[in-house]
Write a protein that binds this ligand. Structure first.
Ligand SMILES: NC(=O)c1ccc[n+]([C@@H]2O[C@H](COP(=O)([O-])OP(=O)(O)OC[C@H]3O[C@@H](n4cnc5c(N)ncnc54)[C@H](OP(=O)(O)O)[C@@H]3O)[C@@H](O)[C@H]2O)c1
Length: 328
């Protein structure tokens, strides 16, 4: 008998890579996965096809593309498409495009949808006045929309900050004396949750698929540990042997460090990203009632920062080199 089809939206996202790796290894589903790139010209898509994954090109602004992708499927992972953070209409577009995925999934009678969401600390008018560049709260809006639709099961996970942000967004600063600085738009002792997205996302999706009733209309925070910026730097030093300190960046320093002060749209991007860190450091990354220990119970193999550094062997090289080295 043929296996049920599970659709992974955004095959080549960090989350998609993890989900596909887990579900292909388990072998219980036929995987169909989306990309916006032409499949035959994309080597990564051809590699996935060799592993038995059906890869389909979609335009994420067209609901009908998702109807085609979801047709005949049993369940799907939905996520926000890669809308540019420089887009002035980011907020509205995120809601609109994720709704296309959800509406198409419902029309195609999927039984179970799994959504990658975030909690938002920007809840009141006072918060909105403090964080004028908030782009997190639209995700909660669309999560509630999905949960309100008459799917048999809706499950949601909220990933912590990715360890890979340190590699992708704020490269390690190397000083002339060989020492390094790990910089973040945080105060040195701000304590925030972290996760290795590349390996922790798949297992939580697998858990949801195995126990859909248990996680129906539930949110699971996916977090391996809480660390301060100082601890991130200390552990990096212990693992790599590179003398490393933590550098706290305020809004202006963060925008300048990322070269985001050159044009208004870049500054918009810088402000939006800065406020993700700033608002969560001040008002909490997860809502207080969340059980942030649960994902370590479900998957005790979630990597902590030390294990992430040991297994990926990242010692400060570029994101491109990191990806190539780890086959991501
Ligand atoms: N960073 C964090 O700490 C954090 C924490 C919690 C939640 N999140 C959420 O996570 C979401 C992003 O998820 P993600 O990081 O898993 O996505 P991602 O890795 O940034 O990938 C997003 C899309 O970018 C394209 N892409 C990826 N790698 C590429 C490459 N090498 N070359 C060209 N295109 C490439 C792919 O689309 P195509 O195949 O269509 O090109 C992919 O689906 C955001 O919505 C964010 O809010 C982030």
């Amino acid at each position: 008998m043929s296996k049920p089809i599970f659709v992974v939206v955004n095959a080549f996202s960090k989350q998609g890579i993890s989900i596909i790796n887990t579900l292909v290894a388990e072998g219980n589903y036929q995987i169909r996965a989306t990309t916006t790139r032409p499949v035959s010209d994309t080597p990564a898509a051809l590699k996935l096809k060799e592993r038995g994954v059906e890869v389909v090109q979609v335009d994420y602004t067209k609901k009908s593309d998702f109807n085609k992708v979801f047709n005949g499927a049993k369940a799907a992972f939905l996520m926000t498409p890669a809308i540019s953070y420089t887009d002035p209409d980011y907020y509205q577009k995120e809601i609109e495009y994720v709704k296309y995925q959800a509406d198409a999934a419902l029309e195609e009678r999927l039984e179970h949808v799994i959504f990658s969401s975030v909690d938002t600390p920007v809840l009141t008018d006072a918060h909105r006045a403090e964080f004028k560049f908030d782009i997190l709260s639209c995700r909660t809006t669309v999560q509630r929309y999905i949960e309100s639709l008459p799917f048999k099961y809706v499950s949601t996970f909220n990933l912590a900050f990715f360890y890979s942000n340190q590699i992708e967004f704020i490269p390690l600063i190397r000083n002339e004396d060989g020492s390094a600085e790990l910089a973040l738009p945080l105060q040195p002792n701000d304590l925030l949750p972290y996760i290795d997205t590349y390996t922790a996302t798949g297992p939580i999706v697998s858990e949801f698929l195995q126990h859909p009733y248990q996680y129906n209309r539930a949110v699971v925070p996916v977090v391996a540990e809480y660390l301060t910026g100082v601890q991130l730097a200390e552990i990096f030093q212990e693992v790599t042997g590179i003398k490393t300190s933590f550098r706290a960046l305020d809004r202006q320093a963060y925008i300048e460090a990322g070269g985001l002060n050159g044009a208004p749209e870049l500054e918009l991007l810088g402000n939006r990203l800065f406020e993700i860190w700033d608002s969560t450091a001040k008002y909490g990354y997860y809502y207080k009632h969340r059980n942030t220990k649960l994902s370590n119970q479900i998957n005790p193999k979630q990597l902590n920062w030390r294990q992430f550094l040991e297994t990926t062997k990242w010692t400060g090289e570029s994101y491109q080199e990191f990806r190539e080295k780890n086959n991501y």
